[in-house]
Design a protein around this ligand. Structure first.
Ligand code: PRP
Ligand code: MN
Ligand code: MG
Length: 175
């Protein structure tokens, strides 16, 4: 198998930093005086979560969920399953799902339904990236960092076969 290479940088590290700061400020204002729980979707969103949370000035906590629909393939199977659930109840909490990217929307649709059934006070989504062209279900996060075109994206948490998550920018993978 030929080694995948980076074709082009789609979002530079400086732009990620600036946008994450803006999102953090917006979220801090919107959730002021409330009980915000960030639900980070492993593994891709960890990097965004860590940077975003440090830009949120209102009180907030974090919990993690692991779901998988992709495995090591480059395309969605559409099958979502829980690999790790939240540690505690989210009843009456203001919950914000933190995702790195919304592609088909299937992962998020599943999470919205699953977490929505647990009676949170509110349930919204912040996604660093969105690929509107790829959407299979109508679903738009309340907070979005960047819209990107339909190219396989890696970096800043996004992987190809578990690699490249550590890139400080988002790039298109040459296939
Ligand atoms: C990727 C990405 C999102 C999801 C988006 O996760 O991080 O969670 O797919 O795709 P969708 O909108 O088509 O459902 P993946 O399942 O690859 O797991 P990972 O975060 O561990 O890489
Ligand atoms: Mn993911
Ligand atoms: Mg992945």
């Amino acid at each position: 198998m030929r080694e995948p290479v980076i074709e082009e940088i789609m979002v530079q590290a400086d732009d990620l930093k600036r946008r994450v700061r803006e999102l953090g400020e917006e979220i801090s204002q919107d959730y002021e005086g409330r009980e915000l729980l960030l639900v980070c979707v492993l593994k891709g969103a960890v990097f965004f979560l860590a940077d975003l949370m440090r830009q949120i000035s209102s009180p907030c906590e974090v919990d993690f969920m692991a779901v998988s629909s992709y495995g090591s393939a480059t395309d969605s199977s559409g099958v979502v399953r829980i690999l790790k659930d939240l540690d505690r109840s989210i009843e009456d909490l203001d919950v914000l799902i933190v995702e790195d990217i919304v592609d088909s929307g299937l992962t998020l649709q599943y999470l919205m339904r699953n977490l929505g059934a647990r009676n949170p006070r509110s349930l919204e989504v912040v996604a660093l990236l969105t690929k509107p062209e790829r959407r299979k279900v109508q679903l738009e996060p309340k907070y979005v960092g960047f819209e990107i075109p339909d190219r396989f994206a890696i970096g800043y948490g996004l992987d190809h076969a578990e690699r490249y998550r550590n890139l400080p920018y988002v790039a298109a993978l040459a296939t």
